[in-house]
Design a protein around this ligand. Structure first.
Ligand SMILES: [Zn+2]
Length: 216
């Protein structure tokens, strides 16, 4: 009885916690991690990361190094591990892309770029379930994930942390929409927020499971 009363109070406190909650997060004991709260197994998700360069027109090349992108991948893995999505970084390296294909990224769209990859106009070695492209320019935004694709793009000089941009775009690929109220959240646009709610973690894990089921 005492336990039930305590639980009810905890739920009431969570429901009344105001602006930070925004009603988006299911009420529950706050000391439980998102993964435990949902009672779900972690899901592995292989991701490959490509540095887009042009050997024929180096001015179009990303200036990122392999070590830099590997470090971004390691931090992305940490951010998503808290939501029970175990990102496994596979291939990390440069790919040589035709200049006219790189130039299609003058707008944050990506479909022409991905179509060119599908048409084998350039090689995308060892693709993971999700692929990330690090490009000199991403159409004037920090990053984007074309709707319905398992790919994201990140510019060389985003206005927020690199790992934040990559993790946020992976969130979109895993079915998450923008958070509008709390700038501390990963899915708030244009900040360094990194937090994922238990509800977002559940949605993302289901999406990752779906991607992996389709990949088998
Ligand atoms: Zn976004």
């Amino acid at each position: 009885m005492r336990f039930l009363l305590l639980s009810a109070l905890v739920i009431l406190a969570a429901a009344c916690s105001g602006v930070d909650n925004n009603g988006a997060e299911p009420a529950g004991p706050s000391e439980t991690s998102p993964v435990e709260a949902a009672g779900a197994e972690p899901v592995a998700l292989p991701i490959s990361l490509y540095i887009v360069v042009s050997e024929s027109d180096p001015q179009l090349s990303s200036s990122r190094s392999v070590a830099e992108v590997e470090a971004i991948g390691a931090r992305v893995t940490e951010i998503w591990a808290e939501a029970g999505v175990v990102i496994e970084i596979g291939f990390v390296g440069q790919i040589d892309v035709p200049p006219e294909v790189i130039q299609t990224l003058a707008t944050p769209d990506g479909r022409a770029f991905l179509q060119a990859a599908g048409d084998r106009r350039f090689a995308v070695p060892e693709p993971g379930a999700i692929v990330g492209f690090y490009t000199r320019n991403a159409g004037g935004v920090n990053g984007f994930a074309p709707f319905g694709q398992r790919a994201f793009f990140v510019t060389d000089e985003p206005s927020v942390f690199d790992e934040r941009v990559s993790s946020h775009e992976i969130g979109h690929i895993l079915g998450l929409h923008h958070e509008l109220g709390d700038s501390g959240r990963l899915m708030f646009s244009g900040t360094n927020g990194m937090e994922l709610t238990s509800e977002e973690a559940t949605v993302a894990r289901y999406a990752a499971e779906g991607i992996m089921a389709g990949a088998r």
